[in-house]
Design a protein around this ligand. Structure first.
Ligand SMILES: Cc1cc2nc3c(=O)[nH]c(=O)nc-3n(C[C@H](O)[C@H](O)[C@H](O)COP(=O)(O)OP(=O)(O)OC[C@H]3O[C@@H](n4cnc5c(N)ncnc54)[C@H](O)[C@@H]3O)c2cc1C
Length: 244
């Protein structure tokens, strides 16, 4: 399919390499066939994969009453009973951020509290957030409307709740950046980019969830647009640029 002169190929890129300062090669597979493409610039926008709960029923509710992003779905959960799944200090902050919308929160660590401290537990308890150090084995509710009603815990108990927010981490969806030698951002572990969305490898740009900015659709689209502008600029020959 072509769009505005660009060729759109529905294929999985399996390999990326830098051939020279101004040349990259991609290998792709579709329907069992391999193809290669050569290009002067690359824009990586392969996104992230959320690590999801390994429990029965998860897929039936994910996206409607099971979520991973308080900023995206907190408002719809206002005043509801929320279960939060995850461990460590990051999940403490995650659970606290949900207090903007509801004060009916239970934090379930999945049996791994990570680096959560006794002080964290006191803080959560002072704010009425109960901590349960157990594993979720199943989610139950109205499958037709995708409305969660309870989480079932190992050893038989259950907790009534209308939403579950999980915070189990993410991973980069592809390793093309690794093959190309792109540096990672120290803090987030995502692909480092400069203000023009260029990675540490000249000619390779990155946009969207794989970069350290907020993982939001509008941010991904804006970064893609910025990358396109800078990428285009980088291809304009010097004789067509005004002198500074
Ligand atoms: C359940 C859910 C709810 C969300 N709700 C919101 C919301 O309310 N508001 C909001 O702003 N954001 C929301 N987000 C986040 C938003 O979807 C992401 O920020 C956005 O999609 C990121 O865009 P992206 O292009 O970087 O990555 P993606 O949308 O993940 O796209 C990456 C694409 O690259 C493809 N890909 C990966 N590897 C390869 C490869 N090797 N070869 C070829 N293709 C490859 C993938 O198949 C995918 O199609 C939500 C996300 C989820 C999962």
């Amino acid at each position: 399919m072509t769009l505005h002169g660009g060729l759109i190929v529905e294929a999985r890129v399996t390999h990326a390499e830098k051939l020279s300062a101004d040349r990259f090669r991609l290998s792709a597979e579709r329907q069992g066939q391999s193809e290669t493409f050569e290009t002067r610039r690359l824009l990586l926008a392969t996104g992230l994969r959320d690590l999801t709960p390994d429990c029965i029923g998860f897929r039936q509710f994910y996206g409607t009453s099971v979520h991973h992003c308080p900023d995206c779905d907190g408002y719809e959960s206002r005043n509801k009973r929320i279960a939060v799944l995850g461990g460590g200090k990051k999940t403490v902050g995650f659970a606290l951020s949900l207090l903007t919308w509801t004060n009916k929160i239970t934090l379930i660590t999945g049996g791994d509290a990570g680096d959560m401290t006794a002080d964290d537990c006191v803080k959560l308890s002072d704010l009425n957030i109960q901590i349960i150090d157990r594993t979720i084995v199943a989610l139950e509710g109205n499958v037709e409307s995708k409305q969660l009603e309870r989480v079932l815990l190992q050893e038989g108990d259950s907790i009534e709740c209308e939403s579950l927010f999980f915070n189990l981490g993410t991973e980069l969806a592809s390793n093309l950046h690794e093959m190309l030698g792109c540096k990672l951002d120290d803090e987030s572990g995502l692909v480092w980019v400069d203000e023009s969305q260029q990675t540490s490898v000249p000619g390779v740009y990155a946009a969207g969830d794989i970069t350290p900015n907020s993982q939001l659709a509008v941010v991904a689209a804006a970064e893609g647009a910025m990358a396109a502008i800078h990428l285009h600029q980088s291809l304009i020959p010097s004789e067509r640029k005004s002198r500074k």
